[in-house]
Write a protein that binds this ligand. Structure first.
Ligand SMILES: *[C@@H]1O[C@H](CO)[C@@H](O)[C@H](O)[C@H]1NC(C)=O
Ligand SMILES: *[C@@H]1O[C@H](CO)[C@@H](O)[C@H](O)[C@H]1NC(C)=O
Length: 433
């Protein structure tokens, strides 16, 4: 009980921040006001080049699966999707990529990528049906357009509408993420190697990939940040050394990215799938190599084991969020910095028949209301998971219908309007430096 009341105090302290700001002006449809770049950090805030607060209100857009192309271009034009993003007042996209992209992307045409994956997975529909959809909806993709060219066009088109991009190194081997046997979870050079969790996560290639994308971003102005790695997670005998491998590898990567591109924010997630930054309380990560650029990441889903269950007690859940990650918003600490809730979301299909839970599962409904309340209370940065209404191919299924997608299967509009309404409260800027 003693620990609990300490934590409640901590959370209350985080919420009570001064200086309310006026709300953002209403957006022009299809365009958001871009900030003056580059961005930097001060205390727990992200600032633009004129030291005004920039609040990141992002969605995730997957580009890390086998084809190494941002999803959805078989359903809608890039112009349609990016206009939709801006018209819904998102000012940023967390665009996920695999380390593979950086090795194959500059020389692999979209067509070859689809051919290869189609053959590898014995799914002729991928090349016979999905690829033609892509070139018909997006005729700018010619036989010579490489997968990295597509990333460039996505980032540049978003920025033409005022939308920033945060690149996220999501996996090493391009594939659906994340479990403890997909080989992408923890560095292969770290102590306690096991192939289940690390067979693809080659530390040297990861660093090369980060340096490559940091350099690439210099010619794609809309890229404002780079996430070092999505959902780091140890398995079996890994991470039993006081987070030694986490500190060493994150510091190397942060220094490398910053020395390659001084403009980028550097996003750092904790262990246990980006839920656990607790170790910073006793030992701060040495971020002096990228001073003024460090942003912490946190993920929270209704099934996240790190946080308390049941979701019927929202106060307890908020205490958990604060204890594991949210504490970094506390001012004047060594670890004080901006925090982006860079993944949260729910299944949009619901099972609710009488409307009591607003078209969502009861657990998801309670989770979402509690999480939105937490983020509003802290006026935190966020990135909802995820725009994609479908995938070219996911886990062997062609044209996979993503029931968690913000957009419907056709990528026309919102899949669940109740969800849209529930996150509206997150857009306002209510606090500032
Ligand atoms: C595509 O590449 C081929 C071979 O490198 C070249 O001959 C052709 O001109 C290119 N086409 C376009 C549209 O760039
Ligand atoms: C874990 O992920 C890999 C790669 O996506 C997949 O092949 C495997 O079936 C997954 N395992 C479980 C238990 O879901």
């Amino acid at each position: 009980m003693k620990a609990l009341s300490f934590l409640l105090t901590l959370v209350a302290g985080i919420s009570a921040l001064p200086n309310p700001l006026p709300q953002d002006p209403a957006p022009t449809p299809g365009v958001v006001a871009p900030p003056a770049l580059p961005l930097s950090t001060s205390s727990r805030w992200i600032l633009d080049a004129s030291n005004k607060r920039v609040k990141l209100r992002c969605l995730n857009w997957a580009g890390h699966l086998e084809t190494n192309i941002p999803e959805g271009l078989h359903r809608q034009s890039l112009d349609y999707i990016t206009t939709w993003i801006a018209s819904q007042n998102f000012n940023c996209v967390r665009l996920t990529f695999s380390s593979d992209l950086t090795f194959s992307g500059p020389t692999t045409p979209v067509h070859s990528s689809f051919t290869t994956v189609s053959q590898q997975q014995s799914k002729p529909a991928l090349i016979d049906e999905i690829y033609p959809g892509i070139v018909s909806k997006n005729p700018w993709i010619t036989p010579n357009t490489t997968t990295l060219d597509v990333f460039a066009k996505v980032v540049d088109t978003l920025w033409s509408k005022g939308v920033m991009t945060i690149l996220d190194n999501h996996v090493s081997k391009a594939s659906w993420c994340c479990n403890l046997t997909d080989g992408n979870g923890w560095w292969d050079t770290a102590s306690g190697y096991n192939p289940f969790n690390s067979r693809f996560f080659h530390t040297d290639q990861w660093l090369q990939s980060l340096a490559f994308m940091a350099s690439w971003a210099k010619s794609h102005r809309g890229v404002v940040g780079l996430g070092l790695r999505n959902e780091l997670r140890a398995f079996l005998l890994q991470d039993l050394n006081g987070r030694k491998d986490w500190y060493a590898n994150i510091q190397t990567a942060g220094n490398l990215v910053h020395s390659t591109n001084k403009d980028l924010l550097i996003l750092v997630g904790g262990a246990q799938s980006s839920t656990d930054l607790v170790h910073l309380k006793s030992r701060m990560l040495d971020t002096s190599g990228w001073r003024g650029k460090n942003v912490w990441e946190m993920h929270a889903y209704s099934f996240t084991v790190t946080f308390p269950d049941p979701f019927k007690n929202c106060d307890l859940v908020k205490t958990g969020y604060g204890f594991w990650s949210g504490f970094v918003l506390e001012q004047n600490k060594a670890y004080t910095g901006p925090l982006i809730m860079s993944e949260f979301g729910v299944g949009m299909q619901g099972s609710d028949i009488n409307g009591q839970f607003e078209g969502l599962d009861e657990k998801d409904h309670r989770y979402l209301d509690c999480l939105v309340g937490y983020l509003k209370g802290n006026d935190a940065e966020w990135a909802v998971w995820a725009i994609q209404g479908s995938y070219y191919i996911r886990e062997g299924t062609v044209d996979y219908d993503e029931t968690w997608g913000l957009m419907d299967r056709e990528w026309k509009g919102w899949r669940n309007d109740k969800f849209r309404q529930k996150i509206q409260g997150l857009y306002a800027v209510t606090q500032g430096p």
